[in-house]
Design a protein around this ligand. Structure first.
Ligand code: SF4
Length: 326
């Protein structure tokens, strides 16, 4: 497991994603009870392909492990983070830490620990002072600030990552962010951006056709505008496009588009159409038509289809497209 402890340092090839993570999810003994919340998908399946940037805000705020547990409580100025028994108010300390961490954060995604008053991203209870939960729809104190400062950062919690669709969407976005970061972090030219965009066209189209077209306009004008302006605008549009969820219908559109680019005899074409229809009907997972199309995308004429990141948005070994759409 590759772990980066110094913000801003890279641990592997430029395109290897850097993912911030609540430390307890990697098995570090940082929880209030001295234990951990190791998540097997993260430590066993995703670890070979990403560099982790572990963060435990409560430990970084100077609290040891084990420590007294805490919770969010209502106040006139928003939720406050208090230890349960001794009533120590940690709000200002954690907010200052979150602001600092958010400012220096240079990652392609973030996995938070679910339900934590510090790290949770939804469903965190806020209590009435001394009473029952008043509201269960909140984020943790630390995660709320990170998400506000980085609204287009792929963010999930360990609980939501058990959902195959959410898991695939998160991982796909993380790897796409990493590829763009690697490109724009180097000495790129407009033609490099054109090539990058060409490889990502079908992936973007599967998420948001309108923003896909906007990304194309940014690339088309890249040679006539300052590099920094183009990089900032393309990054915003690229990330926004991927932030919209791909659907079965949009995937079918992309599959049909790719099929139209291939020179297949009628029998093979009919086979692919049949498989796309089976995917649309929810009978087979997305991996079936994508594998078949990739198989048929041979020869020079099919290079454009073959090179699309849509067919290999993350390492194939993760096998995240094997679920049947609901
Ligand atoms: S949930 Fe967050 S604050 Fe709590 S132990 Fe895990 S990393 Fe630390």
């Amino acid at each position: 497991m590759k772990v980066i402890n110094e913000p801003g340092t890279t641990g592997g090839p430029a395109e290897r994603p850097r993912v911030a993570v609540s430390s307890c999810l990697l098995g570090e003994l940082v929880r209030y009870n001295g234990g951990h919340s190791r998540d097997r998908f993260l430590t066993d399946e995703l670890s070979p392909y990403v560099d982790w940037v572990p963060v435990c805000p409560e430990v970084e705020a100077g609290l040891g492990a084990p420590r007294e547990s805490m919770r969010l409580e209502e106040s006139e100025n928003g939720p406050r983070l208090l230890t349960r028994t001794s009533r120590v108010d940690l709000t200002d300390r954690v907010i200052a830490l979150a602001e600092r961490r958010a400012a220096e954060l240079d990652v392609d995604g973030y996995v938070f620990k679910a339900k934590s008053p510090t790290c949770g991203i939804h469903g965190v209870p806020v209590y009435r002072p001394g009473g029952a939960p008043a509201d269960r729809r909140n984020k943790g104190l630390f995660s709320a600030i990170v998400m506000e400062r980085h609204p287009l950062l792929p963010v999930e919690d360990d609980g939501r990552l058990h959902d195959p669709l959410l898991r695939e969407n998160f991982v796909e976005r993380v790897f796409a962010h990493a590829r763009l970061r690697a490109l724009l972090g180097g000495d790129w030219r407009p033609r490099d951006l054109v090539a990058f965009h060409a490889r990502h066209k079908m992936q973007l189209l599967a998420h948001d056709p309108r923003l896909y077209r906007e990304a194309g306009r940014v690339v088309a004008g890249a040679g006539a505008r300052p590099r920094e302006e183009v990089a900032a605008r393309y990054t915003e549009v690229f990330r926004s496009t991927l932030a919209t969820k791909a659907t079965t219908g949009k995937n079918v559109n992309v599959l049909q588009h790719c099929l139209g680019m291939l020179d297949l005899d009628p029998v093979r074409r009919a086979d692919v159409v049949e498989v796309i229809d089976a995917y649309r009907a929810g009978l087979v997972p997305l991996s079936v038509p994508t594998t078949l199309l990739r198989h048929h995308a041979r020869g020079e004429a099919a290079a454009w289809v073959r090179d699309q990141t849509y067919f290999s948005p993350y390492p194939d070994a993760l096998r995240l497209r094997n679920h049947v759409p609901g």
